[in-house]
Design a protein around this ligand. Structure first.
Ligand code: NAD
Ligand code: SER
Length: 312
């Protein structure tokens, strides 16, 4: 078992629950402290320690890091794209201040590593739509995207200026069944599976042909752990790595579901999230992650559909 003591902040969210459980398998339950503003998620109960932490309270966070002898932090607390547009100042404040709090404490306590996710939302309408490269025009138009892009450069700054080993991935839309999504534009691709099983029909808030980059949660969790375990000298990107697995539209995911549930019907009623989706690339070039730390995805659309429909 590896000698690290990990703090996961935002452990009760869509990614946090599964990442915490995966880290506990590797490092041992008692060496991974889960924390959140919310009550402990049922799936985490009995698998390791849980503390209530508001990441915006820097002093309390610092006390916990010292008290629990933390050596690594995974910061997952954030407000996602769709919810962010409802309260831009709050999204900016939480998404950037939480990161600055963690990076400052990491610097002071000389933590061995920090993980902080960025998103495909850093890209905007002027970025290439297809195979969007690691380095390209980046002009985000959502507050979420702006906060992620600023965050990427804070990570880069703390790495180069203070030697904080902070690592990051620009996740695509993540699809999972274990814990509920937190208010993203890609959440339709989770809702659709639940409604397909329960009601055999779904009304999509994105148009039929809106293609977006997506990934199944097991791939995202494995990518995160592989990046964190990669030798530091292999990493050439200290802002955030592009990462990809698949791209599909509402029409295509519906087609994949119809292979198992032929009577499933989809209709379309686009709302304010359509504009957010229109600003993002349709596919991502993740060649740098594949070269630097050997990233390889496992799940395509049909493989994910089968697993989602079996497990929901
Ligand atoms: P989520 O909304 O499901 O979970 C976030 C968690 O943070 C929640 O449990 C929430 O209670 C907690 N939180 C909020 N404010 C907090 C605070 N002040 N102190 C402590 N905890 C707080 O989000 P998620 O989908 O799990 O995303 C995690 C990270 O991954 C975020 O940075 C997000 O931007 C990024 N990301 C997610 C996706 C995706 O599709 N889910 C895609 C790209 C990037
Ligand atoms: N899935 C996320 C969102 O839609 C992308 O970061 O907000």
């Amino acid at each position: 078992m590896k000698k690290e003591k990990i703090l996961v902040i935002g452990a009760c969210g869509q990614i946090g629950v599964e990442l915490t459980l995966a880290l506990r398998k590797i490092y041992g339950g008692s060496n991974v402290v889960a924390s959140d503003l919310r009550e402990e998620n049922d799936l985490l109960k009995g698998t390791g320690p849980y503390v209530s932490i508001d990441v915006m309270n820097k002093e309390m966070l610092h006390v916990q890091v010292i008290r629990q002898n933390i050596t690594q932090v995974y910061l997952l607390a954030a407000i996602l794209s769709a919810t962010g547009e409802k309260n831009p100042p709050l999204a900016w404040h939480l998404n950037t201040q939480s990161l600055l709090n963690v990076l400052d404490i990491a610097k002071e306590e000389k933590l061995s590593k920090v993980y902080w996710p960025s998103s495909i939302a850093v890209f905007g309408p002027t970025s290439p739509k297809e195979n969007c490269p690691q380095q390209t025009i980046i002009e985000p138009t959502t507050v979420y995207g702006i906060s992620k892009y600023a965050g990427e450069f804070w990570c880069n700054y703390f790495y180069h200026r203070y030697g904080v080993d902070v690592r990051s991935i620009r996740y695509p839309g993540l699809i999972s069944y274990k814990s509920a999504p937190g208010g993203g534009t890609t959440d339709y691709a989770i809702e659709i599976y639940h409604e397909a099983k329960e009601k055999k029909k779904y009304t999509s808030f994105l148009e039929a042909d809106t293609k977006l980059p997506m990934m199944y949660m097991p791939d995202a969790i494995r990518a995160t752990i592989e990046l964190m375990e990669a030798p530091a000298d292999k990493l050439t990107v200290r802002t955030s790595y592009n990462l990809a697995a698949m791209s599909f539209s509402p029409k295509e995911i519906a087609g994949s579901i119809q292979k198992s549930i032929p009577e499933f019907q989809i209709t379309y009623k686009p709302d304010y999230r359509q504009q957010i989706a229109n600003s993002w690339p349709q596919s991502i070039d993740d060649a740098q992650a594949r070269v630097d730390w050997g990233w390889k995805h496992e799940y395509d659309l049909d493989k994910m559909t089968q697993d989602m429909l079996q497990n929901i």
